[in-house]
Design a protein around this ligand. Structure first.
Ligand SMILES: Nc1ncnc2c1ncn2[C@@H]1O[C@H](COP(=O)(O)OP(=O)(O)O)[C@@H](O)[C@H]1O
Ligand SMILES: [Mg+2]
Length: 277
């Protein structure tokens, strides 16, 4: 069974326990398309950290750089480093990264359509040789009771159920860090709320750290502790989630307002932080 660990408290004066550190990385696709241009971020152990940005900013690329899945898309980290739990993982094979405790939930709910729910869940546990897999399947069903009722092929599940299965499969790996790529994509507002509620519960119940990539900034900042905003392959702003929620530029940019998406570069009141340049 997964052990229930209380999520660490949010005291500002407590020393920061960093589980993941991405330091100044550059990522290039096909040997010449530079997509990440000196991106740095840290994720505190036990937290939910949000990585926000418009379409094409490089959010998915950042997650793939961490999980090692870049290689399968002819992408490469050409500068900088990524450290997870004290180990440098920048050029590690993806399977080793899964074994070291990182599991990515891909964008677009990449479950195996012609396998059952149960087979998909077992697949998530492929790196495990302990005897707890059966108990963890029951545990996943307790979080997603609807999945237990679905005995057919996963391809017949609704969009929301497929997203839940993708998250359940990640839990089966017993990861320390889950990388989640746009879990809200394509879901109705009601389902988005439900999925985010479950993400928050998993974080609180198991202390699993979550790096959450989203275009839905309002939802992500409502459950995250810290947020990063990226644009054009770089972080342009970061801060505690509650501060970002109140930040006028972010409200204007992401949380409604004019409706037209502006670039941060063109917002006068926005001061680029020197350390990210
Ligand atoms: N496999 C790839 N090969 C070449 N370019 C890519 C590849 N994947 C993504 N890109 C480019 O990298 C940029 C960032 O993409 P991505 O990381 O998917 O952004 P986001 O997830 O923020 O929408 C985009 O300009 C995209 O076209
Ligand atoms: Mg993406």
């Amino acid at each position: 069974m997964l052990q229930t660990v209380p999520a660490s408290s949010e005291k500002a004066d407590a020393p920061k326990d960093t589980i993941l550190s991405v330091d100044n990385i550059e990522v290039v696709y096909n040997e010449y398309v530079l997509v990440l241009r000196g991106l740095s971020l840290t994720v505190e152990r036990g937290s939910i950290t949000a990585l926000l940005g418009a379409n094409g900013a490089g959010k998915s690329t950042t997650l793939k750089a961490i999980s090692g899945l870049l290689k399968s898309e002819d992408g490469e980290i050409t500068r900088g480093s990524i450290t997870f739990d004290g180990q440098i993982i920048s050029h590690q094979e993806p399977e080793r990264t899964v074994r070291s405790g990182i599991f990515q939930v891909m964008e677009g709910r990449r479950i195996i359509q012609d396998m059952t729910v149960l087979e998909n869940l077992k697949l998530g546990a492929f790196t495990r040789s302990d005897g707890g897999v059966k108990d963890d399947i029951d545990l996943v069903y307790s979080y997603f009771p609807r999945l237990k009722e679905r005995t057919g092929l996963a391809g017949y599940l609704s969009g929301g159920e497929q997203q839940m299965l993708a998250i359940g499969r990640a839990m089966m790996a017993r990861p320390k860090l889950i990388l989640m790529d746009e879990p809200s994509m394509g879901l109705s507002p009601l389902l988005v709320k439900e999925v985010f509620g479950i993400i928050k519960r998993l974080n609180e119940d198991f202390g699993v750290t979550i790096l959450l990539v989203e275009q839905n900034a309002a939802m992500a900042l409502a459950c995250a502790r810290h947020g990063y905003i990226m644009e054009n392959g770089k972080i342009v702003l970061d801060g505690p989630a509650e501060e970002l929620r109140e930040n006028e530029d972010i409200k204007e940019f992401y949380l409604g307002g004019s409706g037209e998406r502006k670039s941060f570069k063109n917002i006068k009141s926005f001061k680029r932080r020197k350390r990210w340049l």
